[in-house]
Design a protein around this ligand. Structure first.
Ligand code: 5AD
Ligand code: SF4
Length: 433
């Protein structure tokens, strides 16, 4: 009988890809098979996120839960960013944990499962050219890493401490992965990195140095690939060449994530983001002008230390001017190992909560106006998923989620859909061609 693997993935798309890599290694080299029932698993993995405090708190109660229900002899491993950050403390606090594997040590998974109490969290470890075995959770969309780590020093962010310095993956490996994905039937690739448009600054070893714009051109030349997405670009590196390629290249999906963080130039300075309000507005305006149908999403942190009413109003002002199609918004959460953790001018938690809910309510009014304009329009939708309610779901080029009544035969196809019913999260439609 084969051994069974249960894996829970928290956090960002990079974690999703790291989990796929671990599944690939464990099934190809160790004979594991995936299960969605932790009770029958021989190995339980949690791939963690440490970007905010809440999920880190939850980790230990979750681990306790897994320890209670696991079958006899089953192992538990903690992977990902919280593993990098807490290291052996995890085993101290939860002694039944068998190993800890950091976010930059994914390729060691096949080895650590055999070493009880192993803690592998070296953030200088270089696995930028490791040849992982193949596993993809979706046959329609292929996640492809283009870099590891992060070379920014945003003062609120723990990631450079959990994923280490940025190293780009050589372009020929990325193109080869893209080809493989296309050959196995994926029409869409999703390029991943902490700052994708900073690609190409540093490789390990001698490699051709090309920038992200050139990488996009090469990936889009791969036959069979019809859609290219990427996350996350950094507003600072959105130069004209990049925006022009984004606008001009028909394979690049017209949806851009532009993590604003704050609309106040002062706060952006304190965050060490490298740009101010005007630069951000200028880049967003150029995008809107060159790509009329573009959808722009963003991340916003409210109540960063020192954020005054006026700073907060600047954030709302950027929202008013850019009219984001999607916002991920968070209350500032002090993180260990960061510069901002030491800042003393913190914002009162009640004010922070009020700011967050007012911002979200404002975004809802903007979104209702935006989605109302979708009604009656036609979009090309790439169907990727069946929902339990008799609907198939997919995305438009500009990242609108659309559901239509339908079944398997839609999956993996791009169809013309007319939107008949709109809502904030999902639009409903009918296939017209
Ligand atoms: N507090 C709140 N939000 C944070 N993010 C990163 N660090 C923090 C923090 N300390 C948010 C940022 C980032 C997203 C992935 O998480 O908005 O873009
Ligand atoms: Fe991803 Fe950042 Fe969370 Fe790590 S801390 S999983 S990089 S979002």
């Amino acid at each position: 009988m084969s051994k069974k693997l249960f894996i829970e993935t928290l956090g960002c798309a990079m974690n999703v890809r790291d989990s796929e890599h671990m599944i690939a290694e464990l099934s190809a080299r160790e004979g594991y098979e995936l299960t969605d029932n932790a009770k029958e698993a021989d190995l339980i993995l949690i791939n963690t996120c440490s970007v905010r405090e809440k999920p880190v708190h939850k980790l230990f109660s979750e681990l306790g839960g897994f320890n209670k229900i696991k079958k006899e002899g089953a192992k538990i491993g903690v992977c990902g960013c919280t593993a990098s950050h807490l290291g052996k403390e995890i085993i101290k606090k939860a002694p039944y944990v068998n190993f800890v594997l950091g976010a930059r040590n994914v390729s060691k998974i096949g080895e650590v499962i055999h070493r009880d109490k192993a803690v592998e969290i070296d953030i200088d470890f270089d696995e930028s050219q490791f040849a992982f075995k193949d596993f993809r959770s979706s046959p329609y969309k292929a996640y492809i890493n283009i870099s590891i780590g992060c070379d920014k020093q945003c003062t609120f962010c723990i990631v450079p401490k959990t994923r280490g310095d940025e190293i780009s993956i050589p372009a020929d490996l990325i193109v080869a992965e893209t080809r493989k994905a296309a050959e196995s039937g994926a029409k869409e690739v999703f390029l991943l990195g902490q700052n994708v448009n900073n690609y190409g600054r540093r490789f390990s070893g001698e490699h051709e140095k090309i920038n992200f714009t050139e990488l996009l051109r090469r990936v889009s030349a791969v036959e069979g690939i019809e859609r290219i997405r990427f996350t996350s670009p950094h507003p600072l590196h959105m130069d004209d060449e990049f925006i022009e390629e984004f606008a001009r290249n028909p394979k690049i999906c017209k949806s851009m994530h532009m993590p604003l963080q704050s609309g106040s130039t002062e706060i952006l300075k304190a965050m060490k983001r490298g740009y101010g309000k005007e630069w951000f507005l200028n880049r967003a305006a150029k995008l809107r002008e060159m790509v009329p149908d573009v959808s722009i999403s963003t991340d916003i942190i409210v109540a960063f230390p020192g954020e005054s009413d006026q700073d907060y109003e600047d954030t709302l002002d950027v929202m008013r001017q850019v009219r984001f199609e999607q916002i991920f918004s968070f209350k500032y959460s002090p993180r260990p190992l960061t510069e901002a953790e030491k800042m003393t001018d913190t914002v009162d938690p009640e004010i922070a909560s009020e700011r967050l809910s007012r911002l979200q309510a404002y975004q809802d009014t903007i979104l209702d106006e935006i989605t109302a304009t979708y009604r009656g329009r036609e979009f090309d939708v790439y169907f990727e998923e069946l929902r339990s309610d008799g609907y198939a779901a997919g995305r438009t080029d500009n990242n609108i989620t659309v559901k239509v009544k339908g079944s398997e035969e839609l999956l993996g196809t791009i169809r013309r859909v007319k939107i008949t019913e709109v809502s904030r999260l999902v639009q409903y439609g009918e296939i017209v061609a």
